[in-house]
Design a protein around this ligand. Structure first.
Ligand code: PGA
Length: 254
């Protein structure tokens, strides 16, 4: 059985905090908790803070982007490429986050970005998740479509280099309908594995790690980990050092 210390924690800061000074403080405070607890974390900060944060070294933190263009350079207004971020030791990138998909990013585009990210030797954290849960269970078909389209054309050997985050949209953010349960996560994890095995002919050794994201905090993070999540994608709670410290403690010691 894998050690709970191995679980992958990803902080998605979104468009926070409000300035560089606060970003540096938050980053340093999180690192402090991480080093006390000997727990590693991936921080996906807004691009503007990445250069300054990359100067703060710690074996307990890795940097990630929240999106990328799919080419090193070109006519992609508003987008930064992995090639531009690599000098700042960025090793992860969130792709297909629902907030990005809602702005029009399609699975076809996410597919291009996944291929580009893998080519650059960076780990894509690919988000999937449905808007609503319906009695007819059409959300399974929705997630299957996202997986099949986002991973189109990938080879078996690519999958262990990918991390998937299951983020049901109805459980994300301040306006979440309710929290998801660990059982709901586990059911989707089994489903994702089945799709990857059926469609991409993966055997167990090639299956990617699957995280849970959506209003995770110090109260319920451990439930998802103990319920089979390989890690967590944390939004709002990742801006609160106290919550992060309690969350890490709960995962490690319970
Ligand atoms: P939340 O965000 O934890 O604030 O719900 C999670 C995410 O959107 O990645």
């Amino acid at each position: 059985m894998k050690s709970i210390q191995e679980s992958i924690l990803v902080a998605n800061w979104k468009t926070n905090p409000k300035n560089q000074k606060e970003a540096i403080k938050l980053f340093k405070d999180i690192i402090k908790s991480c080093s006390v607890l000997k727990k590693k974390i991936i921080i996906c900060s807004p691009n503007i803070f990445i250069p300054v944060l990359s100067k703060i070294k710690s074996p307990f933190v890795s940097l990630g982007l929240q999106n990328t263009s799919f080419e090193d350079t070109g006519a992609y207004t508003g987008q930064t490429s992995i090639a531009q971020a690599l000098p700042f030791k960025v090793s992860f990138v969130i792709l297909g986050h629902s907030e990005v998909r809602q702005l029009g990013e399609t699975s076809e585009l996410i597919n291009k970005k996944i291929k580009y990210t893998l080519k650059k030797g960076v780990t894509p954290i690919v988000c999937v998740g449905e808007q609503f849960r319906d009695q007819e269970h059409t959300y399974f078909t929705f997630i299957q479509k996202q997986l099949v389209e986002s991973f189109y054309g990938l080879q078996k050997k690519d999958f262990p280099k990918i991390v998937i985050a299951y983020e049901p949209i109805w459980a994300i953010g301040k306006n979440a309908l309710r929290d998801a349960t660990a059982e709901e996560f586990f059911e989707i994890k089994i489903f994702i594995h089945k799709v990857l095995k059926d469609v991409f002919k993966l055997t167990d050794t090639f299956l990617p790690k699957i995280l849970y994201g959506g209003s995770v905090d110090d109260k319920d993070g451990k439930d998802f980990i103990h319920g089979g999540a390989d890690g967590l994608l944390i939004g709002r709670a990742s801006l609160d050092v106290k919550k992060m410290s309690l969350l890490m403690k709960s995962i490690i010691f319970k």
